[in-house]
Design a protein around this ligand. Structure first.
Ligand SMILES: *[C@@H]1O[C@H](CO)[C@@H](O)[C@H](O)[C@H]1NC(C)=O
Ligand SMILES: *[C@@H]1O[C@H](CO)[C@@H](O)[C@H](O)[C@H]1NC(C)=O
Ligand SMILES: *[C@@H]1O[C@H](CO)[C@@H](O)[C@H](O)[C@H]1NC(C)=O
Ligand SMILES: *[C@@H]1O[C@H](CO)[C@@H](O)[C@H](O)[C@H]1NC(C)=O
Ligand SMILES: *[C@@H]1O[C@H](CO)[C@@H](O)[C@H](O)[C@H]1NC(C)=O
Ligand SMILES: *[C@@H]1O[C@H](CO)[C@@H](O)[C@H](O)[C@H]1NC(C)=O
Ligand SMILES: *[C@@H]1O[C@H](CO)[C@@H](O)[C@H](O)[C@H]1NC(C)=O
Ligand SMILES: *[C@@H]1O[C@H](CO)[C@@H](O)[C@H](O)[C@H]1NC(C)=O
Ligand SMILES: *[C@@H]1O[C@H](CO)[C@@H](O)[C@H](O)[C@H]1NC(C)=O
Ligand SMILES: *[C@@H]1O[C@H](CO)[C@@H](O)[C@H](O)[C@H]1NC(C)=O
Ligand SMILES: *[C@@H]1O[C@H](CO)[C@@H](O)[C@H](O)[C@H]1NC(C)=O
Ligand SMILES: *[C@@H]1O[C@H](CO)[C@@H](O)[C@H](O)[C@H]1NC(C)=O
Length: 425
């Protein structure tokens, strides 16, 4: 489908089939726009998907996900110039399309607006839509200006939510205003890809990148991520005395259409909260995108005073405007309990069910919300899951029980045989 000598024509668009693990398939789009002299002026390769909330014919709202299809067309892309914006545009499936335009000045280029049109007449994606037809949303891109002739690369997943649509991108490589047909040798990586981005007090996040939520590894809907979350060390102080200690790796499991796993990055997570004698709250804030509050309570009614986890509140925010994407709270827990003055430890993965759509998975947990002495954890009470030694007596016991059953059966069979033998005589 090459269109030779067409000015501003697209010479190449290919779809690579990636992540072919069973039913989940992700397509990467590659677009190489050539100018009138047949050299590349705009290059992009990326992966994306969309989560869309739509109104059904029974007047409620449903979430669906829209993925790229194996066939994508690419009409309307434009090289751009000093005076005209560059445009990267693709069309896919039954009437869906996506585009982004770029402007430049002397030194930099930047993405301006993302325009996304989904067509609710696509019954495979919107089986029971109340209104059928195209819906277009336009979102201002939050991308930083990039040095001209640098290629923008972002392997991490970035997403943002606007007008009931969450747009998710990953493995992005793109460069508008390519000079002399040569893709830039210098890369500008997104913030999420930079391993050194770990200041405790983050700079203002609002305009940094298009990233709002870092999802690991990528929302290709594999049921389990390859990586467990990194373990973070968090603490609260009153004056210059540590009053709460927590070590934990955290992962959110959000059930949309397909499960979405979000790892909390300790490097970008700030701890805040309150200590108290009978109640303490640890508030974790991952880059003003994900907020998780843990509230611990002292139970004075038992003979030995114990503490336990009472409440967990999770809020996901849109970093572009701070609006709430998702908020869930459960104040009915009684988990992680240990005697007051001790700490609680559970190295294995545990699940806190906030509601049916949201779970928090914890890894390498060690927490002490009360009576921390000398900035150190006190003796730990471990969860039973961690106690492997209990398995050995169970196994030995089961083997012994099995042996006894075999002896009894053998005895019964033996008696039957001798009885039968006696009768024939
Ligand atoms: C453009 O360049 C490619 C290789 O770089 C070549 O295969 C193709 O024939 C060229 N097209 C035109 C119209 O010159
Ligand atoms: C970029 O696209 C948006 C949305 O279609 C449009 O409003 C805007 O004028 C475009 N910007 C430029 C510089 O063309
Ligand atoms: C849905 O709309 C698109 C574009 O408007 C059109 O091409 C397609 O044929 C429509 N499909 C159905 C099933 O109506
Ligand atoms: C672009 O460069 C010219 C000359 O180098 C300079 O006069 C002008 O101010 C620059 N414009 C911007 C927007 O930086
Ligand atoms: C909603 O749409 C579905 C699919 O077209 C249809 O089976 C169902 O009967 C509709 N329900 C109502 C209440 O119209
Ligand atoms: C988004 O969904 C809400 C229902 O949760 C609805 O009231 C609102 O009209 C929708 N907005 C758009 C732009 O579709
Ligand atoms: C992203 O790209 C890297 C290398 O280019 C590849 O190894 C990885 O599988 C890709 N991720 C996904 C989710 O396809
Ligand atoms: C493009 O080519 C011109 C002329 O050969 C050269 O001056 C310029 O530096 C080149 N630009 C890049 C980005 O390579
Ligand atoms: C973010 O960008 C907008 C416009 O691009 C600007 O008005 C606003 O001040 C910026 N916010 C910060 C915190 O830099
Ligand atoms: C901080 O700790 C030192 C001893 O380590 C103590 O002398 C000082 O008063 C404390 N400051 C505050 C504000 O608690
Ligand atoms: C969150 O945003 C507030 C104000 O916008 C800022 O002061 C604070 O540093 C941010 N926190 C993080 C963890 O980014
Ligand atoms: C949960 O946290 C969010 C954000 O901090 C807050 O707005 C909300 O009121 C909290 N919900 C409950 C039930 O505490």
């Amino acid at each position: 489908t090459m269109a030779p000598r067409r000015p501003y024509g697209l010479e190449l668009l290919s779809l690579l089939l990636l992540g072919t693990c069973g039913f989940f398939q992700s397509y990467a789009v590659e677009v190489d726009v050539k100018d009138a002299s047949n050299v590349t002026c705009l290059y992009a390769q990326w992966m994306m998907k969309f989560l869309i909330k739509y109104e059904t014919n029974s007047s409620d709202y449903k979430n669906t996900s829209l993925d790229l299809t194996p066939t994508v067309t690419h009409n309307g892309s434009i090289c751009g110039s000093d005076t005209q914006a560059a445009l990267l545009a693709v069309q896919f499936g039954d009437g869906h399309s996506w585009s982004v335009n770029f402007t430049k000045n002397n030194e930099t280029y930047r993405a301006e607006f993302i325009t996304f049109t989904y067509n609710t007449n696509d019954t495979a994606v919107f089986p029971d839509a109340r209104r059928q037809g195209p819906v277009t949303i336009v979102v201002k891109d939050g991308m930083h200006p990039i040095q001209l002739n640098n290629v923008f690369v972002c392997h991490h997943t970035t997403s943002f939510e606007a007008e009931n649509v969450t747009q998710i991108f990953w493995n992005v490589t793109m460069q508008p205003f390519v000079q002399n047909g040569t893709i830039g040798k210098k890369e500008s990586r997104c913030h999420a890809d930079t391993p050194t981005a770990a200041p405790t007090v983050l700079p203002t996040v609002a305009n940094v990148t298009t990233a709002s939520t870092t999802i690991s590894p990528a929302p290709t809907a594999t049921p389990k991520p390859v990586e467990n979350p990194a373990t973070g060390n968090y603490s609260l102080k009153t004056g210059n005395k540590t009053c709460l200690l927590a070590t934990v790796g955290l992962q959110l499991n959000i059930s949309q259409d397909k499960p979405l796993l979000i790892n909390i990055d300790p490097k970008t997570t700030h701890a805040d909260g309150t200590c108290g004698n009978t109640s303490a709250t640890l508030k974790l804030n991952d880059g003003n995108r994900t907020l998780i509050d843990f509230t611990f309570i002292v139970n004075a009614s038992t003979s030995v005073q114990k503490f336990y986890l009472k409440e967990v509140n999770v809020t996901l925010l849109n970093h572009l405007n701070g609006s709430v994407i998702l908020s869930a709270d459960n104040n009915n827990f009684s988990k992680w309990d240990a005697s007051l003055g001790n700490s609680y430890m559970c190295r294995k993965e545990q699940t806190l069910e906030i509601n049916e759509d949201l779970q928090v998975h914890t890894f390498n947990l060690w927490v002490q919300p009360f009576l921390v002495k000398e900035n150190k954890f006190s003796i730990a009470q471990e969860c039973s899951l961690d106690d492997d030694t209990i398995l050995i007596p169970i196994v030995v016991g089961a083997a012994l029980a099995g042996l006894i059953v075999i002896i009894v059966i053998a005895y019964i069979i033996g008696r039957r045989k001798s009885y039968a033998g006696y009768q024939t005589l």
